[in-house]
Ligand binder design. Sequence first.
Ligand code: NAD
Length: 261
Amino acid sequence: MNSRKTAIVTGSNSGIGLATAEALAANGCNVVLNSFTDGEADHALAADLAKKHSVDCVYIKADMSKPAECRDLVAQAAKRFGSVDILVNNAGIQHVSPVESFPIEKWDAIIAINLSSAFHTTAAAVPMMRKAGWGRIVNIASAHGLRASPNKSAYVAAKHGVVGFTKTVALELAGSGVTSNAVCPGFVHTPLVEIQIKDRMKEHPGMDRETVVRDIILEKQPSKQFATVEQIAGAVLYLCSDAAAQVTGTTISVDGGWTAS
Ligand code: NAD
């Protein structure tokens, strides 16, 4: 990234998205932060990043469960900065339940936020990227984009969908200077996973937190260590770099060995 680029990171007031936004700002990008809330704290995050890294940052509220708001986020970013060069589709939610009792509204929300939002933002950003002859689309999928686990039907379906979508967009854009890739994290300690730790502790009242994390949450992660948000951001940075110009249509796993077996 040798000239100032504009990056949108969806779902970036927390966790992996925020760390990715910070990494992009630290590498000289102007950054659009996003979530569905519109609080003072959200706008303060953008102001902090701008000050800390001497770049231009703005927080734009847009609900990634709503197609028109996904597309409008890209339009607003382009209006503000003149272009959108990097799009990181990160917004995501989780719900854990057996398929027969999986709440319909949770299924719809997960498919909308975790999968369809990437379609809408990508569709809105691609014409600008094609015109510029340079672009980077990075979708934050999951180890669950490559493997399944019980009770996560919507999440696994959405993340497998994201991986398929990533590859299709890569083929459509091959040779244009625009790449499309996915990062597939294993378990990363963020608010999304903290909810799962608390739920599992309730299911296993005899187990202490450390045992729940090691034996239940990290059951499939051979390293028995969480990945960090900075490590996921590092994979995104690589995919945005010139070194990754010929890396397209693929996945990078940051999962402590989960998908090796
Ligand atoms: P998180 O809960 O910290 O972050 C999720 C972000 O999405 C937040 O900023 C939240 O505000 C935003 N968001 C939620 N609903 C939204 C909506 N309707 N519109 C706009 N933004 C919305 O969780 P995280 O772990 O940082 O998750 C980020 C991404 O990484 C998700 O796509 C998640 O599936 C993926 N992921 C996480 C892990 C993990 O272990 N934490 C593993 C694999 C993949």
